[in-house]
Write a protein that binds this ligand. Sequence first.
Ligand code: DC
Length: 228
Amino acid sequence: MIIAIDGPAGAGKSTVSKILAKKLGFLYIDTGAMYRALTLKAIQNNIDVKDTAGLIALARQSQIDLRNEKDGSLLISLDGKDVTREIRQPRITKLVSDIAKIKEVRQVMLGLQRKLGREKDSVLDGRDIGTVVFPDADKKFYIDADFKERARRRYKELRELNQPVTPQDIEADVANRDNIDSTREFAPLKKADDAIFIDTTHMTIAEVVETLLKYIKSPRHHVTTSPE
Ligand code: DC
């Protein structure tokens, strides 16, 4: 079974996807983490975000792996090295959307994501899972929240990781990524027509997880709210 969870930064996708996957005994595939790992490698190799050919070559020669730990946490490795924490740094976040908009880079990631998803029942979160990576996913969700709330969540998350950020930095970053992710030519952030839309602005994490589980367990669903 494939569960696709898409939406913009800070909507709560990764937090709920992780819990959901653990509850269901599924693999959790954080597709944003893959783009982040590649961004880290580009920085380490001094490859500029404008060097499209260099970035494509880098994507093709990188070994990015995900491992779900028993406690539900996720380990990301790049060429065999654990980069789980490093890829959350603001310097990565600032560049990742520009790297993720390159078509051939996306093709490499798509291959990896499909391979992982086909091996085991999975929950995938990202921007294009329900539209491009697994258009035939068994359940699709599009999770969103008000801009201010998304920025507030991202800020809190980064402060918990001891990152030196200000609320202003985060608002600028979220707005910038929303813009790049939703206007890019290839696989932009978009709600799949058959995805269930959930506005999490006033919901707790537990409420979101419960809502998702209810839809997953019901053989049929109705799309009750839609942003259109
Ligand atoms: O979810 P995140 O913040 O870790 O994602 C980082 C970036 O990766 C995001 O700004 C856009 C890109 N991304 C993407 O283009 N497609 C995906 N499926 C997941 C993430």
